[in-house]
Design a protein around this ligand. Structure first.
Ligand code: G1P
Length: 301
């Protein structure tokens, strides 16, 4: 099977959303709005636009509303139809048509690697994408499509990398790389959240992956790593060291220089909302007008 046939995307959504409490006490953080749709909808749209149209949400029992967002809501749709609100009806309906969305349970929060391993049966023996919901990639910069092409050319697994200031590298997985050719680089190793002095480069892993199914056996044998959690980064480090062996080993980085919005902490989330609101078709002109005035008044006052 070639990567042109990557059909499945795994999106881990079982996190507790601790950084957004109390907003996330009863509402899953993935459903917090970014302008006028949940953060997670952007991510599902991105997956579907790149090709994979079967989305596996790795979730837990408290997150039923996450799946509901991607299912039809006949009562709401009937009410919108009665009130003649065709535009809203179309948008509500569209969310249930984006992809075939299913869930698997992650009963305990044991790390990103564990979340991906929970999707093993749902994915089966085929390459698949992983998208992390805290990273939004602008639809005008189709990173995942590029990664799928690279996987088709090179085999193995592919991760998205981004240059970050050295002082930020400890927030990310970090890649030890060979020579960069265009936007593509062979990864020799990965380390999860290294100390600044131990970081092998300024290339950080951002939340997009195209993985060979060989990763599942490696994950099953991966001991808890940083923070006591089973780290996807550690399993990918094993695949990188294995090299391109034709049996699922080998790791490539695609260095992304497009627009990325982080919704993972409060300050970055606010920036993401402002940036995306500025570009919103309906709200953008009025919002940016207001924002300019607001900033002007604030700096003169
Ligand atoms: C996870 C990964 C990390 C990666 C990051 C990207 O960390 O473990 O390697 O760089 O996502 O957002 P988290 O942000 O979940 O701590």
């Amino acid at each position: 099977m070639t990567s042109a046939h990557v059909r499945k995307a795994v999106i881990p959504v079982a996190g507790l959303g601790t950084r957004f409490l109390p907003a996330t006490k009863a509402v899953p953080k993935e459903l917090l709005p970014v302008v006028d749709q949940p953060a997670l909808q952007y991510v599902v749209e991105e997956a579907a636009a790149a090709g994979p149209d079967q989305v596996v949400l790795v979730t837990n029992a408290s997150k039923g509303s996450v799946l509901a967002h991607f299912q039809p809501n006949p009562d709401l749709e009937a009410a919108l139809e009665r009130s003649g609100n065709a535009e809203l009806l179309a948008r509500v309906h569209a969310a249930s048509q984006l992809a075939q969305v299913s869930t698997v349970d992650q009963d305990e929060p044991r790390g990103l690697g564990h979340a991906v391993l929970c999707a093993k049966d749902a994915v089966g023996d085929e390459p698949f994408a992983v998208l992390l919901g805290d990273d939004l990639i602008d639809a005008r910069d189709p990173l995942l499509q590029r990664m799928l092409r690279v996987r088709a050319e090179r085999g193995g697994s592919v991760v998205a990398l981004m240059r970050v200031p050295q002082s930020d590298i400890s927030k990310y997985g970090c890649a030890n790389v060979g020579e960069l050719i265009g936007d593509v680089v062979t990864i020799d190793g990965l380390v999860e959240k290294p100390a600044v002095d131990d970081a092998p480069s300024d290339l950080a892993v951002i939340g997009r992956y195209v993985l060979d199914p060989a990763v599942f056996d490696v994950l099953a044998a991966t001991p808890p790593g940083r923070g006591g959690e089973i780290q996807l980064t550690d399993a990918l480090d094993v695949l990188a060291h294995r090299g391109f062996d034709g049996a699922g080993g080998g790791l490539t980085g695609v260095v992304f220089s497009g627009r990325r919005y982080d919704t993972g902490d409060r300050l970055e989330y606010l920036k993401a909302v402002v940036q995306l609101a500025m570009e919103h078709q309906d709200l953008g002109p009025a919002f940016s007008h207001w924002l300019r005035d607001f900033v002007r008044q604030d700096s003169s006052g």
